[in-house]
Design a protein around this ligand. Sequence first.
Ligand code: 2AM
Length: 181
Amino acid sequence: MRAFVALDLPEAIRRPLTRLQAGLSVGRLVDEDNLHLTLAFLGEIDPQKAQDLAARLADLPDAPIELTLTGIDIMGGKKPNLLVMDAAPTQALVTLQDRVRRIAMDAGIEMERRRFRPQVTLARFGKVMTTKDERGLAAFLSLNAPYSLPTELADTVTLYRSHLTGDSADYEPLAEFLLTG
Ligand code: 2AM
């Protein structure tokens, strides 16, 4: 199964993000329920490993963390195709991500060694942006950038299974962990 571990967004962040998304006329918006910040992308893992990981994540020692979304960004390398909100890479967030990665590695899950860039995807575009996409995005940015949100506490980490359906994805929560440490 395709799986990932994410920090769930508190309502106080999710609501303004959906209002922000409503101003975008192009791209495929990520549903309000699916907005998240990926801590570890696990790729394809077998269900046994996911179960093992869930048991290990129950010991995550962290307390709720402060989450600040700092600005809108366009991502995706040479052919940008993602509209995201960047999160401040605070010590607490980086430590949480590091713990989750270590726990996943202890569970025998191999992950790419990419630099952690905390972000929330708001919308996805096709592999190549059309002129209409570019215009819509430019109009959106001129109205909304710069955009940031007040700091809020995030207190839930979730292990998700990702079901790819055509050009979108459905996220099924497999296990939730409250940060109460
Ligand atoms: P994205 O939102 O930037 O596409 C489920 O697919 C989550 O894992 C999404 O947040 C997605 O990021 C992220 N993800 C997908 N493929 C990834 C990869 N190869 N490396 C890191 N994160 C990935």
